[in-house]
Write a protein that binds this ligand. Structure first.
Ligand SMILES: N[C@@H](CCC(=O)N[C@@H](CS)C(=O)NCC(=O)O)C(=O)O
Length: 202
């Protein structure tokens, strides 16, 4: 299988999941501005939506949307316990976290990566992100460790990738010590280090 990615983008989340699972996979870097891959393929022919991540799983099938990809990967390896079993309450809680991360937190970062955003838009986006962090801080304070009481999951990996943008976006974690702790814990995992290295980020 092949993961289409851009260094440090949200595609880092399936990259870390692949690394946690110890899967064999290829990587192909995408230039998001030109939509060309490093092998000079028109990326829109791989994912017509034009954004990463995209995972080619063979048989002419390309999975898109980060939260779908990471659940698919973890479901293939139930022994990894990176996702609770389908149909359980825990899986419902996981999907609630994934949707919150995607629809509420991930998208709140948008103006901070748009070179055309005004300073006013950027300030508002930082405020929105910090507001989303408030909720995650209470979840982590209640569980004392990961997003789910059951243990480390793909939601922690996705959250790590989003929180990892904070420094670049000038978002201070000083008032969110649980999130800072969570970030440091995921960062220290060997699978995270391997993915960051492969993307040339460390
Ligand atoms: N809904 C998509 C959003 C993916 C997304 O926002 N990807 C960004 C990088 S983090 C991207 O490729 N942006 C380039 C573009 O939209 O042109 C998902 O969750 O997978």
């Amino acid at each position: 299988m092949k993961l289409y990615y851009a260094p440090g983008a949200c595609s880092l989340s399936p990259h870390i999941v692949l690394s946690e699972l110890g899967n064999q996979f290829d990587l192909e870097k995408v230039d998001l501005a030109s939509k060309q891959t490093e092998r000079q393929v028109d990326f829109t022919s791989v994912n017509p939506k034009g954004y990463v991540p995209a995972l080619d799983i063979g048989n002419d099938t390309v999975l898109t949307e980060g939260v779908a990809i990471i659940q698919y990967l973890a479901d293939q390896a139930p022994e990894s316990a990176l996702v609770p079993k389908v149909g359980t309450v825990s899986r419902g809680l996981l999907q609630g976290h994934l949707n919150y991360l995607s629809a509420e937190l991930h998208k709140s970062f948008g103006p901070l990566f748009n070179p055309n955003s005004s300073e006013h838009d950027r300030a508002q986006a930082r405020k929105n992100v910090l507001g989303r962090y408030d909720y995650l801080e209470t979840v982590l304070a209640a569980t004392g460790n990961w997003l789910l009481k059951d243990g480390f999951s793909v939601a922690d990996i996705y959250m790590f990738v989003l929180v990892n943008w904070s420094a670049h976006c000038e978002i201070d974690l000083a008032n969110h010590p649980e999130i800072a702790r969570h970030h440091a814990q995921v960062l220290a995992r060997p699978a995270t280090q391997a993915a960051l290295k492969a993307e040339g980020l460390i």
